[in-house]
Design a protein around this ligand. Sequence first.
Ligand code: 5GP
Ligand code: ZN
Length: 116
Amino acid sequence: MTNDHCLFCRIVDGDVPADVVHETEHVLAFRDVSPKAPTHVLVIPKRHIASLAETDDGDTTLLGEVMIAARDVARGAGIDEAGFRIVANTGGDGGQTVHHLHVHVLGGRALGWPPG
Ligand code: 5GP
Ligand code: ZN
């Protein structure tokens, strides 16, 4: 259930290369092409969902798997004890630019708050 016109679906399908750091049956994690921190990984469901706003109550397990994968990415990068940030930009005001649900895993430096 991928979408030929979606960049992240094309990564799932192997049509666009990516530096994959973690993969499960339903979830893929790969390095952001334009990293904003020493660790910057995107965690996505393999199934195309446009954004968090497009999920439904039946996606509870899948969303849990995305978050557990984000935890495992942080552990794998060795940033889980120092701390890290999970971000899910959603929709226009949220600054989402790729319309396939993803969470950013950011860490490896002290992160400022609030975001712009
Ligand atoms: P958003 O702005 O939607 O929250 O995040 C999209 C992210 O995807 C951005 O941080 C951007 O750098 C990243 N990105 C855009 N195109 C590609 C790509 O082709 N490969 C990878 N690995 N990341 C990408
Ligand atoms: Zn997609």
